[in-house]
Design a protein around this ligand. Structure first.
Ligand code: C2E
Ligand code: CA
Ligand code: CA
Ligand code: CA
Length: 278
């Protein structure tokens, strides 16, 4: 019998509801978007709170959709995680971020961390470390400056996560735990994993000046990180007051609209040069 054609599978059937149709449409747009490189990265600085220096950036993906305009990751990442397109998209993100890092180096900026988000499916991808290693080699990026952000849920299978993390550490990259505090990771496991940094979730940072228990959570995570010899970054910092409290609590790094929203690479370079002159 004849092989089923891909387009046939994606065609509209009257019995489908609108939601299913929208999903199929988005999925086919995503495939096209990948082929046509409609994705871009926005960069948000990571700032050291004692020196005020920019230590790096986090790369955040956006989709320049031909009809719908610039879409934030929340509108398409979940679907790519369901249908597996996160694998090619994630690989594109890694390569683009490493290329940008190398380009900034070549343009004379000091060495900077490039933090990249990994999804669960990527984390579990066969030979992930080898793939990343070859991207590093192809782009000429220094492994020590690539920081991979994973979430607590990816570490729930202790054996599997340990193995993947050791393979990643073996190629020389840094590992951070994103949205820390929102998952249920075992603190006992945390000290056994070869991770380098905890990123305190924005939900605890937002009300740090108003809510005593949020302030206590942030202080506790910060001091725990210090005892475990991990770096710590506060996410979603927007005000002077938050910065002041974080400094008092010896939090070493912060990220948030207070410093800059995520912006395109060329804008970041200008922003960086301007900030370092003033
Ligand atoms: P995330 O990794 O926790 O990234 C931080 C998010 O918080 C970003 O949203 C950023 O714009 C936003 N943010 C940063 N500072 C502030 C602040 O001061 N106030 C507020 N209100 N928000 C702030 P964005 O870019 O929409 O990304 C959302 C999520 O999408 C990310 O959360 C991450 O989980 C995911 N994501 C983004 N890029 C990628 C990617 O390349 N791969 C994967 N797998 N996921 C990605
Ligand atoms: Ca992140
Ligand atoms: Ca986060
Ligand atoms: Ca988040």
């Amino acid at each position: 019998h004849a092989k089923r054609n891909r387009n046939e599978y994606q065609s509209y059937k009257p019995e489908m509801n609108q939601e299913a149709y929208d999903r199929l449409r988005l999925e086919s747009d995503l495939r096209q978007g990948l082929e046509q490189e409609q994705f871009t990265l926005a960069y948000q600085p990571l700032v050291n709170l004692s020196s005020g220096k920019i230590v790096g950036v986090e790369a955040l993906v956006r989709w320049q959709h031909p009809q719908r305009g610039l879409l934030p990751p929340g509108e398409f990442i979940p679907l790519t995680e369901d249908n597996g397109l996160i694998l090619p998209l994630g690989e594109w993100v890694l390569r683009a971020a490493c290329k940008q890092n190398k380009a900034w180096q070549d343009a004379g900026l000091p060495p900077m961390i490039m933090a990249v988000n990994l999804s669960m499916r990527q984390f579990r991808q066969h030979k992930l470390a080898d793939r990343i290693k070859s991207i590093l080699e192809q782009t000429g990026m220094t492994p020590e400056y690539l920081e991979l952000e994973i979430t607590e849920s990816m570490t729930s299978d202790f054996e599997a996560a340990s193995e993947i993390l050791s393979e990643l550490k073996a190629i020389g990259v840094q590992i951070s735990i994103d949205d820390f505090g929102t998952g249920y990771s075992s603190l006992g496991n945390l000290k056994k994993f070869p991770v380098d940094k905890l990123k305190i979730d924005r939900s605890f940072v937002t009300d740090i000046t108003k809510d005593g228990s949020d302030a206590a959570i942030v202080t506790t995570i910060t001091s725990m990180a210090r005892h475990l010899n991990l770096k710590v970054t506060a996410e979603g910092v927007e005000t002077d007051e938050q910065i002041r409290l974080l400094r008092e609590g010896n939090c070493e790094e912060a990220q948030g609209f207070y410093f800059s929203k995520p912006i395109p690479g060329n804008m970041f370079e200008n922003w960086y040069r301007h900030r370092c002159q003033s």
